[in-house]
Design a protein around this ligand. Sequence first.
Ligand SMILES: Cc1cc2nc3c(=O)[nH]c(=O)nc-3n(C[C@H](O)[C@H](O)[C@H](O)COP(=O)(O)OP(=O)(O)OC[C@H]3O[C@@H](n4cnc5c(N)ncnc54)[C@H](O)[C@@H]3O)c2cc1C
Length: 593
Amino acid sequence: MADYKAPLREMNFLLHEVFAAEKLWAELPGLAGAVDRETADAILEEMAKLAANTLDPINRTGDEEGCQWNDGVVTTPKGFKEAYATFCEGGWGGLLGNPEYGGMGMPKMLGAQVEEMINASNISFALYPVLTNGACLAIDAHASDALKEKYLPKMYEGTWAGAMGLTEPHAGTDLGIIRTKAEPRGDGSFSISGSKIFITGGDQDLSENIIHLVLAKLPDAPKGPRGISLFLVPKYKVNEDNSIGEHNDVNCGSIEHKMGIKASATCAMNFDGAQGWLVGEENKGLAAMFTMMNYERLGVGIQGLGASDRSYQNAVEYARDRIQSRSPAGAKQPEKAADPIIVHPDVRRMLLTQKALVNGGRALSTYVAKWLDISKFGEGEEKKNAENMVALLTPVAKAFTTDMGLDCTILGQQVFGGHGYIREWGQEQLVRDVRITQIYEGTNGIQALDLVGRKTVATGGALFELFAADVQGFIDAQIDREEMAEFIQPLIAEMQRLREATENMVAATQQDPHAPGAASVEYLHLFGYVAYAFMWAKIVSAALPKAEADSFYSGQIKTARFYFARLLPRTQALAGSVNAGSASLMDLEEELF
Ligand SMILES: Cc1cc2nc3c(=O)[nH]c(=O)nc-3n(C[C@H](O)[C@H](O)[C@H](O)COP(=O)(O)OP(=O)(O)OC[C@H]3O[C@@H](n4cnc5c(N)ncnc54)[C@H](O)[C@@H]3O)c2cc1C
């Protein structure tokens, strides 16, 4: 397997030449002075080293050894403890955290690049800090000052990690039917009882404490999603002086044996009257969870992106090295017994598909992170607009990037032929590891329903219009640049196709309750391909002036041409499916399946 090399040039190009990050950071009222180019460069360079030297080397061994469960205690694979200690010493856990409680308060645009490197080098490892970050976001946004003061500094340090307890054996997508109970203890705390499954990092041996955020129902809570509350339940109770106290009644009953991310502990957790504290308001637990959901979902999209880039890097190196057959245009390396497989059009198709989807996905993640930053650090109308953009684009950034993530890792495996199927080269691990990203944090089917239902039909297409206005603003600014016409004209046509599909879907829903669910996944993919086209047009716009002087930029333009010629036409088929209605899906009687 090739050594992981963080794509710093690509990341810096996106941040500073495509999205003018430094200017935005200087202008955002809540961020002014917190970060400049020099700081950002140093952060990215440091993480590039950590990813390559510390996290990448334990990726395969972690997969082979996996996590172990013994008598209620989980052990992570060899090297994970040391790597986690190094990660925490570097202060990485608090990168985006609230400075009032010891976080560094960095923008998500920067955090997105850092996350990509962690995920590309080791998704299993990445999940431990990812879940801690999610728990910190929810605590910071909703918990009392006392809870924030007690827990956030240690969690940003990584000394205490976080876990998110939503799923139960009978309740995954439909959290409204959870059974975990919370009884008031009369001292301001609650007794939490119930079983949670699939809890990432529910137990591990990396941190001295684990802070569980748990969804549970209070006595007499309303039925369904409006009767769910959120509780903070530490594995070890914390004494007045912040030292670790007695073991709470929280135990890990077992860990799952699964397809991939084997070094990430996926735990069945039992809460037997464990002491917990309410986070946010009673019965508003799901809403509190949603605060951090946009960050988490973008983060899962970035897991798909990281695995794709890792697979691409391996595949390129292999395709340059592996010799088989001659180029159809005559021998390229006559001194060798055969040419490297990178000469073959079909191998180039696979590599370019990966490259186009990786760079497009990285651009979309950075673009959504930009809106997250404006929604967090901005003010007034600008902030409101950004919140709406985040709401619309998050399901696309999560589901499209992870669906493309599986496609990319499979292509990277295919480039290796039979050598991609065996373990030695690491390509099959990436396929197995990335697969979960389509399932957790809300399945991609549920993301698509969110996009068409809550974000599009329920708003009468208003959020779509915000995105359309941003694309149109770019088109208007570029329309007189002749050299941009080959990208701008198709972008105009594709936006029209997406608009028609959106309007058809909103209209069809008036007559047919199945219409949104029938169109949703293909609609999300249509949206994804058009959003990537917008990203590629932005990339070209930034690259064109420097293309003659530097092949990095001409490479961007050539990859954009491939994207527009070979991948974007998939929208025609997708629009056909979106517009097909629900009848052919719903007609077949259940017993005929
Ligand atoms: C490795 C791993 C780690 C995880 N980590 C965590 C964690 O840390 N914390 C946590 O709380 N959970 C975690 N989960 C749980 C994960 O989030 C759930 O598995 C996921 O949300 C889906 O729930 P489910 O498995 O019960 O599937 P179901 O909800 O039973 O869904 C089954 C299928 O039905 C579809 N479906 C369901 N409802 C609808 C609908 N209304 N319309 C259309 N289709 C529908 C789904 O899309 C899916 O395809 C993890 C899971 C795994 C495997």
